[in-house]
Design a protein around this ligand. Structure first.
Ligand SMILES: [Zn+2]
Length: 471
C-alpha cells in the first residue's frame, strides 16, 4: 500500500499508481494513460473508469465541487439505450430533449440513472459553487444536462477536446476566465436565470457555437475575448437581456450572429467588429444602445431591427452612425443607410452648434446650406425649388425695374404690379435659370453669383437624386 500524499499543493489524496510525479489520481499528468494514433487519443479504459468513480466518490457525493488543478482524462461515454434498458420512446426523450422543462423531468427521472458520470442515482445538480481553477481537460469534456444552482467557474483552464455544455440550467453566474479552448465548443439549448455568462480573457482556437439560449434577467459578456485565426463563431437563437462586448479580438474565419434578441442593454466597447455578419437581430426594445470605440469594417447587417435611430438611444455618436451607414451603403441598403445618415447629420448639427462662429464659420455655412437646399441630400425636390427661387431673385434684381419716383401712391404701385406681364417674366426667369444657358446677361457680378448658386443647387439635386435612387 502506498499511503504517501500527493505532491500537489496541500492535496491530501494518496499517490496514484506510483507515478513518478508523486501525484494523486486527480492531479497526475496522465501522460501514460493514453496512446496517440492518427492524432486521436486512445485511453486506458480501466484508468478512466477509476478516475470517474473516484470523482463521484470523493467529490460529487461529498458535495465538494472544487476541482482545482485537476487533470481530466476523457469523459465517460453516456450509456446507450440498451445499457439503460429503455424502450425507443424513452430513449428518444433522452436523446432529443426539446426544451428546458424536459431537462428537469430528465434530471428527476430514475430511469436515466447513469446518464451523467458526475453523479449516479440522484439528480444532476451542483448545489454549491463549482470551481475548475487551473484544470486541464485532455480530451472531450461534457457537461450536458446539469443544473448549476450556484456559480460555475472555469479559471485558467485548458481544453484539448470538444466541449459540450448542453441542456443546462444556469441559476447563477458562469464565468470562463483565461481559458483556452483548443477544440470546438458547443453551448446549446440552455437557460440562464438571473445569471451572467462571461468569457473573460478567453481564447477560442476552433469552432464556438452558442445556440438556443433562453434567459430571465441575464447577461452575456465577452470581455477580452480572442477568436483566433481559423476559428468559426456562430451565435444563434439567443434571447438575452444584456449583451456586453468589450475588447473583442476577432481574427475568425467566419463570425455570424443570427436571430439574436437583446432586450435591455447592448454595449459594444473598444471592439473591432470586422467581418461579422449580423442577421435577423432585434435590438428594438433596448432603451440605450452603447457603441463606444467600436469599429465596423466589412460588417454585414441583414434584417436588423434597430428601433428608433436617434441621438438619445445611441449616445450622439456621429462616427458610429457614419460607420453603420457606410456598411449599409456597401450592401446597397439605401433605406437603412439613409436612416443612419439622418442620425449622423443630427449628431453633426449638435456638434457644430457648440463650435464658435469665428473658427468654424465655413462648416456652419456649408451645414446650413446643405440643410436648406436638400435636407442633407435627403430631398431632391428642395434643390429644384431653391434653384427657382434663387434664379427669380437674381432675375428680378437684375432686370425688373421700378421707377420709384413715379410711384406716388399704393394705387399706382398696384396698377404697375397688375399691368406687368408676369407670364413673360416667368418665361424669362425659366430661361435665365436654365443651367445650360451660359450667355452673359445683365450685370456680370450678379450673373456669376447666380451661376454659382445654380451650380450648387444642381449639384445638390444630383447628389440627392443619386442617394435616393442609386444602384
Ligand atoms: Zn493531488
Amino acid at each position: 500500500m502506498n499511503n504517501r500524499k500527493c505532491s500537489h499543493n496541500s492535496c491530501n489524496y494518496e499517490i496514484y499508481d506510483s507515478n513518478k510525479e508523486q501525484k494523486c489520481i486527480f492531479h497526475c499528468s496522465k501522460d501514460d494513460w493514453y496512446s496517440i494514433q492518427n492524432g486521436k487519443k486512445f485511453w486506458n479504459e480501466e484508468k478512466v473508469k477509476e478516475f470517474w468513480r473516484r470523482i463521484r466518490e470523493e467529490k460529487v457525493t461529498k458535495k465538494d465541487y472544487s476541482f482545482l488543478c485537476f487533470v481530466f482524462p476523457k469523459f465517460e461515454k453516456y450509456p446507450n439505450a440498451k445499457q439503460l434498458n429503455l424502450d425507443s420512446k424513452e430513449w428518444e426523450l433522452v436523446q432529443g430533449i426539446k426544451n428546458i422543462e424536459s431537462i428537469n423531468t430528465l434530471i428527476l427521472d430514475d430511469k436515466i440513472d447513469g446518464i451523467n458520470f458526475w453523479r449516479r442515482n440522484s439528480q444532476l445538480v451542483f448545489e454549491k459553487d463549482v470551481y475548475f481553477d487551473g484544470s486541464k481537460f485532455l480530451d472531450g469534456a461534457n457537461f450536458d444536462k446539469i443544473r448549476f444552482e450556484k456559480k460555475l467557474n472555469f479559471i485558467g483552464c485548458e481544453f484539448y477536446g470538444d466541449v459540450f455544455l448542453r441542456y443546462i440550467s444556469f441559476n447563477e453566474d458562469a464565468i470562463f476566465t483565461a481559458v483556452t479552448f483548443n477544440d470546438r465548443v458547443f453551448i446549446y439549448k440552455s437557460e440562464l436565470i438571473n445569471s451572467t455568462f462571461t468569457f473573460l480573457d478567453t481564447k477560442f482556437n476552433s469552432r464556438i457555437v452558442i445556440k438556443n439560449l433562453t434567459n430571465k434577467n441575464s447577461k452575456l459578456n465577452f470581455d477580452y475575448t480572442h477568436f483566433l485565426e481559423n476559428s468559426i463563431v456562430f451565435l444563434s437563437e439567443i434571447e438575452i437581456d444584456y449583451l456586453h462586448i468589450q475588447n473583442l479580438y476577432n481574427f475568425s474565419e467566419n463570425f455570424r450572429i443570427t436571430n439574436l434578441k437583446v432586450n435591455n442593454d447592448l454595449k459594444i466597447i473598444d471592439t473591432n467588429l470586422n467581418n461579422i455578419e449580423f442577421t435577423n437581430n432585434d435590438f428594438s426594445s433596448i432603451p440605450i444602445i452603447t457603441f463606444k470605440g467600436a469599429s465596423f469594417d466589412n460588417v454585414k447587417f441583414n434584417n436588423i431591427k434597430w428601433g428608433s435611430i436617434n441621438l438619445k438611444r445611441f449616445g450622439s455618436n456621429r462616427d458610429i452612425f457614419r460607420q453603420i451607414k457606410h456598411q449599409y451603403d456597401q450592401q446597397s441598403n439605401i433605406i437603412d443607410a439613409n436612416k443612419f445618415y439622418s442620425a449622423e447629420m443630427n449628431a453633426y448639427k449638435k456638434e457644430i452648434k457648440n463650435e464658435k462662429w469665428r473658427t468654424h464659420w465655413q462648416d456652419k455655412i456649408i451645414f446650413c446650406l446643405s440643410r436648406i437646399s436638400s435636407n442633407f441630400s435627403k430631398n431632391f425636390f428642395l434643390p429644384v425649388f431653391c434653384l427657382f427661387i434663387s434664379s427669380s431673385l437674381f432675375y428680378l434684381i437684375s432686370f425688373y425695374k421700378l421707377d420709384y419716383s413715379k410711384i406716388e401712391s399704393f394705387n399706382v404701385f398696384s396698377n404697375h404690379i397688375f399691368s406687368t406681364d408676369w407670364k413673360l417674366i416667368f418665361n424669362e426667369i425659366l430661361l435665365y435659370a436654365n443651367p445650360f444657358n451660359t450667355k452673359l446677361k445683365g450685370s456680370a457680378l450678379l450673373w456669376i453669383l447666380h451661376k454659382s448658386f445654380s451650380t450648387y443647387f444642381i449639384y445638390q439635386f444630383v447628389v440627392a437624386l443619386r442617394r435616393q435612387t442609386k444602384r
